[in-house]
Write a protein that binds this ligand. Structure first.
Ligand SMILES: [Zn+2]
Length: 167
């Protein structure tokens, strides 16, 4: 029997069911508004990529920063049972790396869009995300990722805004 305390359990439950949830919908609506078309959840490919752009031989994943250990402010290890969680996150990372390798071997280009680029305090603007994806699709890069705005520069922006506000 696996025992976790109540707060850890609700933390887990709030993150179950990653498909078709917030960040993925945000990305899809940005891309759709920009006229990009794609297929969804191709279960025939390693890792069931969230989006597939067949014309560009590209697949895209929308990764939750928490489950996929992005290393940004959204990826923290719960305070209780740290060893258990660290192992779990390592396993997720290992799976991601394996899927990436298999996709590359199959001739696919792989773009990862992180949750922190799509929502929260480091989120980028919707059209900026779409423009970046468009540019990447026509590039010759094999592997790419889009993450949130680095926190230091958003702090600088906020400080700048404050200075302007108060003359
Ligand atoms: Zn992140």
């Amino acid at each position: 029997m696996d025992t976790v305390d109540e707060s850890t359990r609700s933390y887990i439950m709030s993150r179950v069911g990653q498909k078709n949830t917030g960040p993925e919908i945000l990305l899809r609506s940005s891309l759709h508004a920009a006229g990009l078309r794609y297929r969804l959840h191709d279960r025939g490919l390693p890792g069931s990529p969230d989006l597939v752009f067949p014309r560009f031989h590209t697949v895209a994943f929308v990764h939750g920063c928490y489950w996929h250990s992005h290393g940004c402010y959204r990826s923290t290890v719960p305070k209780s049972r740290q060893e258990f969680w660290t192992e779990k996150f390592d396993a997720n990372r290992g799976r991601d790396e394996r899927n990436l390798r298999l996709l590359r071997q199959g001739g696919w280009r792989v773009l990862t869009v992180w949750e922190c680029a799509l929502r929260g305090k480091t989120a980028r603007l919707s059209f900026e995300i779409a423009d970046t994806v468009k540019a990447w699709l026509v590039s010759s890069d094999g592997v790419g990722e889009i993450a949130g705005i680095p926190l230091t520069s958003s702090v600088l922006t906020l400080q700048g805004a404050t200075l302007i506000d108060h003359g």
